[in-house]
Design a protein around this ligand. Structure first.
Ligand code: FES
Length: 125
């Protein structure tokens, strides 16, 4: 563990001290080709670590928390004549009557600051 500590505290610090990082925004325009070539490995490492963190470490929350999870893909089909005069379809994936809206979007919106609502299908009169 001491070698990791040494790498971070000494070697990494020495490497970062050699980078031609400017002190101001306008300084980025005065770095020159050699400076930019020296920055490529640094920015590649920063980009790589950022990508790996985003892709593999930060947990992703699925849109669908628990509806028909046993199915590979949730697909619902309806005959338009069977829908009646008006039907509300859930778009928040929290309805216990999915694919129909049961109003669960209200508490979901309050809990997470979202603004989703149902899809309303109405027959033209
Ligand atoms: S319950 Fe999901 S949109 Fe209303």
């Amino acid at each position: 563990m001491e070698s990791v500590s040494n790498i971070v505290k000494v070697s990494l610090a020495n490497y970062l001290a050699t980078l031609p990082l400017p002190n101001s925004v306008l300084g980025w325009f005065t770095i020159g080709c050699k400076g930019w070539l020296k920055l490529i490995p640094f920015f590649s490492a920063v980009g790589g670590v950022s990508y790996v963190t985003y892709r593999f470490i930060i947990p992703r929350s699925p849109v669908n928390p628990n509806t028909k999870k046993e199915e590979l893909k949730v697909v619902d089909k309806f005959d338009i004549e069977e829908l009646g005069d008006s039907t509300a379809f859930c778009r928040c994936w929290r309805s216990s009557k999915f694919p129909y809206c049961d109003g669960a979007h209200n508490s979901y919106n309050i809990s997470c600051g979202d603004n989703v609502g149902p899809l309303l299908i109405k027959k033209k009169k």
